[in-house]
Design a protein around this ligand. Structure first.
Ligand SMILES: Cc1cc2nc3c(=O)[nH]c(=O)nc-3n(C[C@H](O)[C@H](O)[C@H](O)COP(=O)(O)O)c2cc1C
Length: 196
C-alpha cells in the first residue's frame, strides 16, 4: 500500500523520455541497474512466461558493438557519409548505460504471442519508470538496428526480437515536455452499438 500517493502520481506524471545523445554521467551503477531491471520485471505477464529479457551492454563492450553496427550498416550503405558514420557510432556509444530489450515470446503456449509482446512493452515501460524513480532519465529507441537480422542475431536467440535500445543516464539539459494527446482523444465511454 502506498503511503505517499501524491508523490507516486507526481513521479508518473513527470516522467518523460530523454534523448540518448544528450545523456551524460552518472548512469546507474551495477546495483542500481539490477534494481531497475528487477522492478521492470514486475510486469503483467499472462501465463507467467516472462516473454522478455534485457541484455546490458557494458562500457567495455561498446566499441565491439560499434564495430558490429558499422559492419552491418555498410552492408546496405557501402559508402556512408560522415554524418551517417557518426550516427551509427552514437548508437553504440551514447549515454552512460545501454540495455537492449528483447521480446522472447513462447509460440507453443495457450497465450497469444500478441499478449506476450504487449507484456514486453510493459516491461520496457516499467524500466523507464524505475530509472526515473531512481533519478535518472531513460529513452527507448528502435531504428534500423532494431530491425536488422544481423544485429538481432548478435543479441537474440531464435524467435526473439529486439524491442528496443533503452538508454539511461542524466540529462545534459533540462528535459522539455512534449504535447500529450488530449484526454478526449484517448478516453471515451462505451455505448452499445445500435443493432444490439
Ligand atoms: C517501440 C518504440 C520505439 C521507439 N523508437 C524511437 C526511435 O527510434 N527514435 C526516436 O526518436 N523515438 C523513438 N521512440 C519514441 C521515444 O521513445 C519517446 O516515446 C518519445 O521521445 C517521447 O517521449 P515521452 O513521451 O516518453 O516523453 C520509440 C518509442 C517506442 C515505444
Amino acid at each position: 500500500m502506498l503511503n505517499d500517493r501524491s508523490s507516486a502520481l507526481s513521479l508518473l506524471e513527470t516522467r518523460r523520455s530523454g534523448r540518448p545523445r544528450d545523456m551524460v554521467e552518472p548512469g546507474p551503477d551495477e546495483a542500481q541497474l539490477r534494481e531497475i531491471v528487477r522492478i521492470a520485471a514486475r510486469t503483467p505477464d499472462h501465463g507467467k512466461l516472462a516473454p522478455w529479457r534485457f541484455v546490458h551492454v557494458p562500457r567495455h563492450a561498446r566499441r565491439a558493438l560499434a564495430d558490429l553496427l558499422h559492419r552491418v550498416y555498410r552492408l546496405d550503405n557501402p559508402q556512408p557519409a560522415r554524418l551517417e558514420i557518426e550516427a551509427v557510432d552514437r548508437l553504440a556509444h551514447q549515454a552512460p548505460t545501454l540495455v537492449v530489450a528483447l521480446s522472447s515470446p513462447l509460440p507453443d503456449t495457450r497465450i497469444p504471442v500478441w499478449e506476450q509482446e504487449l507484456s514486453c512493452g510493459a516491461a520496457c515501460m516499467n524500466l523507464l519508470l524505475a530509472a526515473h524513480a531512481m533519478g535518472f532519465t531513460a529513452g527507448w529507441i528502435t531504428g534500423w538496428a532494431a530491425y536488422s537480422e544481423e544485429v538481432r542475431r548478435a543479441f537474440a536467440r531464435d524467435g526473439e526480437r529486439i524491442a528496443g535500445f533503452l538508454y539511461i543516464g542524466t540529462p545534459r539539459h533540462p528535459l522539455e515536455e512534449r504535447p500529450r494527446p488530449s484526454l478526449d482523444l484517448v478516453l471515451s465511454d462505451w455505448a452499445a452499438p445500435a443493432d444490439t
